[in-house]
Design a protein around this ligand. Structure first.
Ligand code: A3P
Length: 307
């Protein structure tokens, strides 16, 4: 670690520049273990994302789609378990305390989540037939969401990071698993190269039409909804169960902590598109949007503040 460039993370801990991305100190050793030990199975599902782009939502939807015949809506484990317990992060849960856990005992399909950029995923993931679902969000809303999240994570009497400082850092790519544009582009290109294995979602599109995204997700996961299920309203039920309003008010998501120390409640703030408008001037938002636009230019990908 001593040889890696280091910066202060937004919550007062450290970020290390590793393989071109800024890795939070708590995740660095788990990321090494993930790269070294993870053996992908063709049946695996990997939910990948930039932090604060809707990972919790994607976890809840994926879990519900895959387990819809196992549980009724009423007894879904989502009522009593955090989506992060049902779909663990490799870097914050799976490899946090154990360098080489036995993952072969997990039921199939195994579902894992990660913020690790595509280029740094273990090669067995890229070489296997496993499926990756990626979700990203416009940079400005993500920045605002991350800034609030970091305030909640602040350790001891660390001075809170001002939004201006956060903005500056974000523009320089210095944030958890940043730079943002590199992260998004890595998965975007993987989606273009391997569309059967990599699905690419945007938070804003999901907010606009969660129904068709849930349907699309089920198809991609290899378990499309039958005509009968559609008729019975199963898709609507899953969307309702996984909605921000429903999950936010569940006792399990209002209390308790992740093994990394993050309170469960920190994953639910207001779940809006365009929340940046209450925090950032239009000129700053435009500046960041242009910066990202330039980096994405030629890729065919756009991430508009207002889709
Ligand atoms: P805000 O801070 O803008 O409210 P992640 O899950 O990747 O950490 O992202 C967290 C962001 O997604 C937060 O955004 C959070 O409120 C929002 N979110 C969490 N659950 C959601 C859900 N079920 N539907 C929509 N947004 C959700």
């Amino acid at each position: 670690l001593l040889t890696l460039p280091e910066e202060r993370n937004w919550d007062g801990t450290s970020l290390y520049l590793y393989q071109g991305f800024w890795c939070p100190s708590i995740a660095i050793k788990p990321v090494f273990s993930f790269q070294q030990h993870f053996q992908a199975l063709d049946s695996d599902l990997i939910l990948a994302s930039t932090p604060k782009s809707g990972t919790t939502w994607l976890k809840a939807l994926t879990f519900s789609i895959l387990n819809r015949t196992r549980y009724t809506l009423k007894d879904s484990p989502l009522h009593t378990s955090s989506p992060h317990d049902l779909v663990p992060f490799v870097e914050f849960d799976v490899y946090l305390k154990n360098k080489s856990p036995n993952l072969m005992l997990l039921p199939s399909p195994r579902i894992f989540a990660t913020h690790v950029p595509y280029g740094s995923l273990p090669s067995s993931i890229k070489e296997s037939d496993c499926r990756i679902v990626y979700v990203c969000r416009n940079a400005v809303d993500q920045l605002i969401s991350y800034w609030h999240f970091a305030l909640k994570l602040r350790r001891g009497n660390v001075k809170p990071l001002s939004l201006d400082e956060g903005f500056e850092k974000f523009c320089h790519g210095v944030h958890s698993f940043g730079p943002f544009a590199d992260h998004v582009l890595g998965y975007w290109e993987a989606n273009l190269d391997r569309p059967k294995n990599v699905l690419f979602f945007k938070y804003e599109d999901m907010k606009e039409d969660v129904f068709s995204h849930t349907k699309r997700l089920a198809e991609f996961l290899g378990c499309p909804f039958s005509a009968m299920e559609e008729k019975q309203g199963v898709i609507q039920e899953i969307c309702g169960l996984c909605s921000f309003e429903n999950l936010k008010d569940l006792e399990v998501n209002k209390s308790g902590k992740r093994p990394s120390g993050v309170p469960n409640s920190a994953f639910f703030r207001n779940g809006k598109v365009g929340d940046w408008g209450d925090h950032l001037s239009p000129s700053k938002a435009e500046y960041l949007e242009k910066l990202i636009e330039e980096k994405l230019s030629g890729s065919g990908l756009t991430l508009k503040i207002c889709p």
